[in-house]
Write a new protein. Sequence first.
Length: 225
Amino acid sequence: MTDRFVATLSEYRSPEVFNPWGETDRQHDIDQQGPQIRRRQLQQYLAERIGRADTLLLAEAIGYQGGHFSGIPMTSERLLLGGLAHKNLTPELVFSDLTPQRTSRPELRPLGFTEPTATIVWGFLAEQGIDPRSVVLWNAFPWHPFHPEKGLLSNRTPKETELAAGHRVLRHLLQLGQFRQLIAVGEKSAAQLQQLGIAAAKVRHPANGGAGKFRAQLQSLLRGT
């Protein structure tokens, strides 16, 4: 079930978009096995949650410091490699039946890339004692849009013409997961769900000083208070 989903996800191609599960980042990947590693890691992440998770937490798009190298939305390579253990964030929170692997060249970031938003999201789940397998992290545009003039280590907002493909993937995931609640992270994700006619709650994006409000709003939603 999840392997077919990830296989379909890996087929997408578009200019100025990097597909972590279908393409090799020839400049920054450690070797040619990057896409296969990222597919395995996403498959394992989803396999441990689909049919169990009751909440989908939806952000905007994959970023170069997160899913570009980890293969998992809102999840950094550094978390998978154990580099955030001092924050009580361990690889077992993400998946348990697969040995995590890095895909970025070690000389770029010796401890792996790390993404502030990912650390805040996973930190919240850990601090609140929320079962990490009760929540699926995803993106309205599930691939990595980048600035062509800045290269693959950059992020940009997805174009309207690109979002339709992401919406098809999101609908497929909703069918697979049968989630009880959807929570949009930030205005842009909320707008995407509204455009699709999908009911969802909304929380503040944790970036740019929004971490405190994000935590308070998400706690209320997940605790039902």
